[in-house]
Design a protein around this ligand. Structure first.
Ligand SMILES: NC(=O)c1ccc[n+]([C@@H]2O[C@H](COP(=O)([O-])OP(=O)(O)OC[C@H]3O[C@@H](n4cnc5c(N)ncnc54)[C@H](OP(=O)(O)O)[C@@H]3O)[C@@H](O)[C@H]2O)c1
Length: 261
């Protein structure tokens, strides 16, 4: 992970990624570090944060660990404040942490399950935004990227509150893009399709599931976390300087075929 050519303008920047101890968040953090950014690794578990930050440092990047539960406003305030105290600034914030703990029709969902999904996926993203965006604006500009999901676009059996939280995250993206554009802060989202991570390990452990997704996906593969991280990095980079309020779908074409099946 030696820093290479700085096509994306990450050198000297500070990038904070929630949910970056594994999966898509960790892949994004690695990419920012490879581009020369200092990276903040964050999740609920201090040990996992320390391990991920140490791995990036061992690979030649610069990373620190600041644990935070995104559903708790004081944690998010501390995350942003501590980032600025220890790294001097904040240029890029990625609201990636999310959960999908229950497969159930939304009509039968226990109230605690609804609350947990909304508190983490939607309120958690909003908490990060309201502390991170003013800090980014103080650097005279930068970018925030939310992680949505193609599940926010369809009615899906047993999807519960997850897709609803992601649909709201896409509207949060547009709303904040309007509010912060004049301060040169861009706000976008990436909507991944099926991606090989712990979140859907129970599904990807079943070869029939993978076969079914791949057969309805034009590129005939499910994503690796690095496929999603590349899109996050692009939207966070100076290469995307004229893009705001958009949702970039990264799904191998899975959703363009849905209507035909
Ligand atoms: N995988 C897919 O197929 C897929 C598809 C579409 C969208 N997405 C989206 O992509 C993003 C990343 O998902 P992933 O698949 O990489 O998930 P993952 O492998 O389950 O990783 C989730 C990360 O979020 C952290 N996290 C969970 N709850 C948290 C909380 N309350 N506060 C802070 N951190 C928390 C986890 O660490 P701790 O447990 O240590 O807190 C972990 O680092 C999510 O927004 C997800 O909705 C995933």
């Amino acid at each position: 992970m030696r820093p290479g050519a700085d096509h994306f303008g990450f050198a000297g920047k500070v990038a904070l990624v929630t949910g970056s101890t594994r999966g898509i968040g960790l892949a994004a953090a690695r990419l920012f570090a490879a581009g020369g950014a200092s990276v903040v690794i964050s999740s609920r578990k201090p040990e996992a944060c320390a391990v991920a930050a140490a791995a990036i440092t061992a690979a030649g990047g610069h990373a620190i660990a600041i644990p935070a539960h995104v559903g708790r406003a004081p944690d998010c305030a501390h995350l942003v404040e501590e980032t600025q105290n220890r790294l001097g600034r904040l240029d890029i914030a990625i609201a990636n942490a999310a959960v999908n703990p229950v497969f159930s029709p939304v009509s039968n969902l226990a109230e605690e399950s609804w609350d947990k999904v909304i508190a983490t996926n939607l309120t958690g993203a909003w908490h990060l935004a309201r502390f991170a965006l003013p800090a980014i604006a103080r650097q005279h500009g930068g970018a925030m990227v939310f992680i949505s999901s193609i599940n926010g676009r369809f009615g899906i059996p047993n999807s519960g509150a997850y897709g609803i939280s992601k649909a709201a995250v896409e509207q949060l993206t547009r709303q904040l893009a309007v509010e912060w554009g004049s301060q040169n802060v861009r706000v976008n989202a990436v909507a991944p399709g099926t991606t090989r991570t712990d979140m859907i390990r129970a599904l990807t452990a079943n070869p029939a599931f993978i076969e079914a997704v791949e057969s309805r996906t034009p590129l005939r593969r499910i994503a690796d976390p690095e496929d999603i991280a590349a899109a996050i990095a692009f939207l966070a980079s100076t290469a995307a300087r004229h893009i705001t309020g958009q949702v970039l779908t990264v799904d191998g074409g899975e959703t363009i075929l849905r209507g035909a099946l």
